[in-house]
Design a binder for this molecule. Sequence first.
Ligand code: SF4
Length: 274
Amino acid sequence: MKLPNDFVFSQSSLQDFVDCPSRFELRYIEKMRYPSLEANPPLMFEEHMRQGARFHTMVQQHVAGVPADALAKSVVNDETLSAWWATFIAHGLDGLPSQRHVETTLQTSINEYRLIAKYDLITVDPDGRVTIIDWKTSRNVTRKTTLEKRLQTIVYRYVLAQAGAYLYNNNLIPPEHIKMVYWFVANDGETVEFDYSTEQMQADKEYLSGLISDIADANLFPLTADTNKCRFCSYRSLCNRGDKAGDWDDFDADEPDTVDSFDVDFDQIAEIEF
Ligand code: SF4
């Protein structure tokens, strides 16, 4: 199998490959989407996804200038979303500088493929420090050791260091000036934070390059041996890994990440760096 030259990698597609090569093949090569439920009961799952997406839209609108009160009034009969919004307004933008770039998409290249990252918010301090903020609506705070290995943490910092000049007076951002912050709105704005460094950026480059080579050279995309990965996967029935969705009480993801290789609108990308 040969990937098309215009294939676009993202943190979500790379994470899918790491979690299960077969899921990557089904989702990004065969482009087969959501044949079955991801969690049970479906209404709670869908409601959580809707609330997460709506919360992100409200933050985007607020950072763009829509008053907080007007947005609060737009939430009707939704205690969870109202509580998240109150938490965000109380501390969500605390200490952040006024140079804020909301819903920014950047891309770089690696092994001749595009690698794209879509950021909730990037802020630039007058002293040159740059912070990536990612709003998380999961019910629990994810452990730092888990987040450290997530492709999101690796890809977001790497792409910003490679392609963030657009936000930084046309200069590359020194990795030591980059910080990534996960902000958990359902947990009173608790944060998990990661610094960055030149050494880490080099290690990330080697890791991402190896991963993309593995995918580009792959002839087979095996099913994961870790059947835990199948519990909330929409391809369970295709793979004969069970016909019952995982229990909602055990599900703890965010709203779906919509940046993948086949629904990117390249006109919306703020900057292209190669
Ligand atoms: S059900 Fe399991 S084996 Fe099949 S794609 Fe999903 S994670 Fe992979």
